[in-house]
Design a protein around this ligand. Structure first.
Ligand code: G6P
Length: 485
């Protein structure tokens, strides 16, 4: 496929596939480990992939200063890093992208108090547009040096204004096909934002050729939002086509997934096996309830512990017989909501262990930090995996657990995780606000007979195997190529 005629795929994202670090006086690239990087690294072996992103770390900026901000080959792909203006970047990332758009889309506001949109925020909105424009400029310049078809794929909520900047400059020279990784809520949730902002976002999105979302539900809610925000949008619901001022947009869904082969290989790593040994030594005959999360307020970690506390109080026969292990990766600790959330988690766990624990049994064990080998080990070994977000684009922990687990473990899954749409009734579905429901799901999972356990666990694993990360990206490229000119 990689020849002069195959399309160029230009991925654009806030965080790029590599970060540069100083090792023994030399700048060395380290590849990121997220799903997107994994999928695209695979595709880069057979396609012309060029990835444009911000230079974020000190090492990244140094690399740009030394090498220039042109296109450089790294492994199988080409990358281009753009060093942002620090104050613009701060407003784009720390005022608009994360505290505003991400919160709107996960519907996490305590609306009597937040958000308060003020002059500072409107100022930051300009910066969001500027940051989008700067990355779009880099795309435009890069495209001018390419021949043949080009597909541009901006990623996530950081880049909603990019389709407009690209279309205005490049017309139909490129196929524009962005993907939104986080949930798209309905029109009422978006009304937290003033109409002008909603319009700018939706108008820009409608200038793409195709917009990818995680679930069918996201697609439906996007179509409703577009019709709510802009007069004159015609929606063909069944075909998922939106037309507006002569432009035609297709809304599609591509549920993101995990790399099944890579996970299966990881399970065999000596480091992982050593963690399995340690976990077994601690848990012994008890049943393991596991959760693995970034510490984000959307993950509903507090209610998960409340449900577990209720289980131990209501059904004391489980005491000593179970243990909960929470592997938590601290995230955005400079943002107040995140800092307070972690503080509240630690306080609640302290209370549970102090009031229900006994000298020879600690009900909850928390491990803070980013240790993927340990997470993989724990996922092979859980009896119950709790995945109960208030809102989540997909939630890959549920999919990783389904593939890795070797004990016919059950998954308690929030109906608000994107994964719920795909995994059907193989997991135990719960409402994320209902602590009673979650307590009963825990009890059911712990008491379930072998036949049902095996049946549910194998359906989970099978479902994930059928749509792994390579299918996720492959389907997007196939659809994009149909329009590539
Ligand atoms: C959240 C979102 C993801 C996004 C990530 C970016 O977890 O749910 O969709 O990719 O943030 O994290 P970063 O650390 O790069 O800002």
């Amino acid at each position: 496929m990689r020849d002069g005629t195959s399309p160029h795929l230009i991925i654009v994202s806030n965080r790029g596939p590599y970060s540069f670090y100083n090792r023994d006086g030399e700048l060395k690239p380290e590849r990121g480990s997220g799903g997107l990087v994994t999928a695209i690294t695979g595709v880069a072996k057979t396609h012309n992939v060029l990835w444009i992103s911000h230079a974020l770390s000190r090492g990244d900026r140094k690399w740009v200063a030394m090498q220039g901000d042109g296109v450089h080959a790294l492994d199988d792909m080409r990358v281009r890093l753009i060093a942002p203006v620090p104050s613009t970047y701060n407003a784009y990332y720390n005022v608009i992208s994360n505290p505003l758009l991400w919160f709107v889309q996960h519907q996490l506001y305590d609306t009597p108090r937040t958000p308060v949109l003020d002059a500072n925020l409107w100022h930051a909105w300009q910066a969001y547009a500027e940051a989008n424009k700067r990355l779009a400029d880099a795309v435009v310049q890069t495209v001018s040096q390419l021949s043949g078809p080009v597909i541009v794929m901006p990623q996530d909520y950081h880049l909603y204004l990019m389709p407009r900047f690209l279309r205005e400059r490049l017309g139909s020279r490129v196929v524009i096909q962005p993907f939104c990784h986080i949930p798209w809520p309905g029109p009422d949730a978006w009304r937290v934002l003033p109409l002008k902002m909603r319009r700018e976002i939706v108008e820009s999105m409608l200038m793409a050729d195709r917009f990818g979302f995680q679930t069918g539900r996201d697609v439906r809610r996007f179509m409703q939002t577009a019709a709510d925000v802009l007069q004159g949008v015609a929606v063909m619901e069944k075909q998922r086509i939106l037309t507006y001022r002569g432009q035609v947009l297709e809304a599609a869904h591509y549920p993101i997934s995990v790399d099944v082969d890579d996970l299966t290989r990881r399970r065999e790593k000596p480091e992982v096996k050593e963690y399995v040994r340690q976990i077994n030594a601690r848990i012994g005959e008890r049943k393991l309830i596991l959760r693995v999360d970034r510490v984000e307020p959307s993950k509903n970690i507090l209610r998960g512990f409340l449900a577990y506390r209720n289980l131990l109080r209501e059904y004391p026969e489980f005491r000593h017989k179970v243990e909960m292990l929470a592997l938590l990766v601290p995230s955005r600790t400079e943002v107040t909501e995140y800092k307070h959330y972690l503080r509240d988690i630690m306080a609640l766990v302290g209370e549970i262990n102090a009031t229900l624990g006994e000298p020879d049994w600690e009900p909850v064990q928390i491990k803070l930090g980013n240790n993927y080998d340990r997470a993989v080990a724990a996922m092979t070994r859980y009896d119950v995996l709790m995945v109960n977000p208030i809102a989540d684009g997909m939630n890959l922990v549920a999919k990783e657990g389904a593939v890795l687990n070797q004990r016919s473990g059950q998954i308690i899954l929030s109906e608000e995780a994107g994964a719920a749409e795909e995994l059907g009734d193989a997991p135990l579905l719960v409402s994320p606000y209902d602590v009673y429901d979650m307590r009963e799901a825990l009890r059911k999972a712990l008491m379930m007979g072998d036949a049902e356990r095996t049946m549910r666990a194998s359906r989970l694993a099978e479902q994930v195997r059928q749509n792994d990360i390579h299918q996720w990206f492959g389907r997007q490229i196939e659809d994009a190529m149909r329009g590539a000119r």
